[in-house]
Write a protein that binds this ligand. Structure first.
Ligand code: SF4
Length: 148
């Protein structure tokens, strides 16, 4: 974050962050899985079979479509599970690895909301979002379209 005091961002709801590439994933821990499962009214075995894939031997993720599309992204680009979306989605694009000038600029190729809207102070971003520091640095995944 050196040299950065604030960032411009305003979500346009384009949905691009909900569609990843081959190396993209959305991490979901067990508590997040339970929240999603409960919200969708599904049994645990059915939910896990349909929506969960191993990313590695410690991490599980949402099973994305062959085109990288999040299964919860609806045709109108809204999120079917918005109230219980995973932390990774809630915090995009404020991921620690993106809060560097070069990374933020590069991410703007993916997210059209970057560079739009008023400047948001990094202190506000950190304070309001209680940024996690434990997200793996390689995470690049569909997040969510903020609605406000
Ligand atoms: S966060 Fe960015 S990529 Fe995602 S919907 Fe908003 S503007 Fe589009």
């Amino acid at each position: 974050m050196e040299g950065m005091t604030g960032l411009r961002f305003r979500c346009t709801g384009c949905g691009a962050c909900c569609i990843g590439g081959a190396d993209h994933y959305v991490e979901i821990g067990r508590a997040e899985q339970e929240a999603l499962r409960d919200y969708l009214g599904l049994s645990r075995p059915w939910f896990r079979r349909r929506y969960v894939v191993p990313v590695n031997d410690k991490v599980e993720g949402i099973r994305l479509g062959a085109d990288g599309r999040c299964p919860f992204l609806l045709d109108d680009l809204s999120c079917r599970v918005y109230p219980v979306r995973p932390l990774q989605c809630k915090t995009y694009p404020w991921w620690p690895e993106l809060l560097r000038p070069a990374a933020w600029k590069a991410e703007a190729r993916r997210c059209e909301g970057i560079g739009q809207g008023p400047v948001i102070a990094l202190t506000t971003i950190r304070g309001n979002l209680n940024l996690p520091t434990a997200l793996p640095p390689s995470v690049k995944a569909p997040a969510t379209r903020g609605k406000g």
